[in-house]
Design a protein around this ligand. Sequence first.
Ligand code: PLP
Length: 341
Amino acid sequence: MLFRVVQAAAFAAVLLALPAESRAQGSLNLYCSVQVEWCQAAANAFQRETGIRVSVSQKGSGEVLAQIRAEAQNPRGDLWFGGTGDPHLQAAEENLSAEYRPAVLDELHDWAQKQARDSRYRTVGIYAGALGFGFNTELLARRGIAPPACWRDLLEPRFRNEIQMANPQSSGTAYVMIATIVQIMGEEPAFDYLKALHRNINAYPRQGTGPIKSVARGETGVSISFVHDAVTERLGGFPVGSAVPCEGSGYEVGSMSIIRGARNLRNAQRFYDWALTPAAQGLGAEAKQFQTPSNRATPLPPEAPQMSQIRLIDYDFAKYGASAERRRLIERWDREVNTLP
Ligand code: PLP
């Protein structure tokens, strides 16, 4: 009996030691598809400001989509933060995410608002980033290989076994690449290109940032990745250069969605509003992530690639984020390219 009283008193003391808000505000389960440093910085800042306990699970965009689909009858996540826009649009179409109109929608760039409209307000743009190449300048120089400047360069024999791109089944980045090539060349020539490219690929890692990290470590010469990720590695001290393909390139509207059936719906909505504010968006640059933030009032970090200076295609997000199209292209890649020796 005495033990129970002591135990109850100890428990009460722990409760009293917590800030009042964290006792009252509950929790939030965040599925996060940006780099883990940013996921954690966002979770910590939100938790500090609101007292809501945030748990983070970091996975690639394709993997989170598959998880949300598998959990649809019994959702375990509340909010999906970051990752390429196409799978967020696919989740919206498949009724896996919940409609929500954030308070600051009018403060966002047009491309971020369009993402919300295209999904009937089930997702929203939080950042943009251009697709391109990363390369290890020291490794290529040592091997006497000139860096790639154009998509067509990647097929040249000088890049045999020298290139990595991620696997589009798990990585949203890799799907942006496939959709970009299809939009630039047309579907049949695009698949001929992807098959020819396969000869020069040494691995298809699971996550979109896998290839640029291999470039930074000198494990591969070239990556197909977002150019902002090359900036992160360069600032980390690695000999990493980047280029945007001469034929033009695709880009992502990194997005955020509330998971339908979220158990902590009010907290998810609160995070959604918070994550679109300039103060929250500034955490990306603090975590050395250099995408273009979606709130017009968030300063563009000086290190970030300037989207307006990059030759971008008019990426058709509605078409390539449609569930049937995205699924079809990934399955075709898996059947016709991934099975090649
Ligand atoms: N990390 C960064 C820095 C990104 O910009 C993105 C794209 O939204 C991702 C990760 C997405 O990763 P994945 O290609 O694994 O879905």
